[in-house]
Design a protein around this ligand. Structure first.
Ligand code: SF4
Length: 316
């Protein structure tokens, strides 16, 4: 068994976020998913209408707090549930729903500061999910200033580097816009976590590996893997009913994710291995409901085949 880098363990032959947090903070870090009341340029007509075809009406913020409540109240409510599970945890408010840099600077400052100040002494940073085309120079500079006071992490949705798929899923953002955001944020020393989806329509393993190579070529610090979730009331489900495409089996997802990890640069931290299923709205694949089993199967597949993060990565 290979135990290679700082955050590899005997059971998890890759940089797992839990291990990273254990070594850096000696604590469990709870991300508190919030709904800041933003929208998305791919929904309001600025870049597109109706959003990415897989995106739910909640803007991929299924677990985020209740928009009718203040950010402070959302935070306190979710914190209570977390605290019952893990006493002595530290917090990271996480602006999850829609595009959380898509507003004017004053509004962003107010919302971010409200979240950071709820329990300042136990808050180690702030995480902001957004699109590459919602990072301007002005916003990157502000985040850079904030980053000098508290750790700032930005999660960027890429999903795929295949621009044909991007058109098909109505992403309405080019790879160049994504790269531009990465460069603006890294100039300010902001940590970047990228989201990818495995199992998009018409994509094969080769497309997933090309996406990993694209990520490897950029200054990115973390990654979240998700399987495609076919949800009720999405454009993707309408498309699927008209013209069925292949939905990955659990075995395929496990193998494809393991191989993506093997091709991933070995300094990148893995923040997520499997999507959180939205049980009420989930059409397919049903195996995603057992998230822990999927995660364990990926670990097992890698251990059984003597695989580890970066084993197939070739520096270009
Ligand atoms: S960019 Fe995000 S919030 Fe906007 S439509 Fe796509 S997945 Fe949904």
């Amino acid at each position: 068994m290979v135990i290679k880098l700082n955050y590899f363990t005997k059971d998890k032959p890759y940089n797992s976020l839990n291990e990273y947090n254990r070594k850096h903070y000696n604590a469990k870090i709870a991300k508190i998913p919030l709904n800041g009341g933003f929208t998305c340029p791919n929904r309001d007509g600025t870049k597109g209408i109706g959003g990415c075809t897989f995106c739910s009406a909640k803007g991929s913020g299924e677990n985020a707090g209740d928009i009718k409540k203040s950010i402070k109240d959302q935070f306190l409510e979710i914190k209570e549930i977390m605290e019952n599970k893990w006493p002595n945890i530290l917090y990271m408010p996480y602006f999850q729903a829609y595009s959380n840099t898509y507003s004017n600077l004053e509004d962003l400052k107010n919302k971010y500061n409200e979240a950071i100040n709820v329990i300042k002494e136990k808050t180690i940073g702030i995480s902001i999910a957004t699109r590459g085309d919602c990072i301007s120079e002005e916003i990157a500079k502000y985040l850079g200033e904030l980053n000098k006071k508290i750790h700032v992490q930005v999660e960027l949705g890429l999903q795929t580097s295949n621009e044909e798929t991007s058109l098909r899923i109505n992403r309405c953002m080019t790879n160049d816009e994504f790269i531009n955001a990465v460069n603006l944020l890294r100039k300010e020393n902001i940590e970047i976590v990228v989201h990818v989806i495995t199992g998009l329509p018409n994509e094969e393993l080769e497309d997933n590996l090309n996406t990993i190579n694209f990520i490897n070529s950029l200054d990115i610090q973390g990654i979240k893997f998700h399987s495609l979730l076919l949800l009720n009331n999405t454009k993707l489900y309408e498309e699927y009913k008209e013209n069925k495409f292949h939905i990955l089996t659990k075995e395929e997802y496990v193998k494809y994710t393991a191989l993506q990890i093997c091709n991933l640069r070995d300094d990148i931290i893995i923040h997520r291995l499997a999507a959180d299923a939205v049980i009420d709205d989930l059409i397919e694949p049903k195996w995603t409901i057992k998230k822990l089993t999927v995660m364990n199967d990926i670990d097992k597949y890698m251990r059984n085949n003597n695989l580890y993060q970066g084993i197939y990565y070739k520096k270009k």
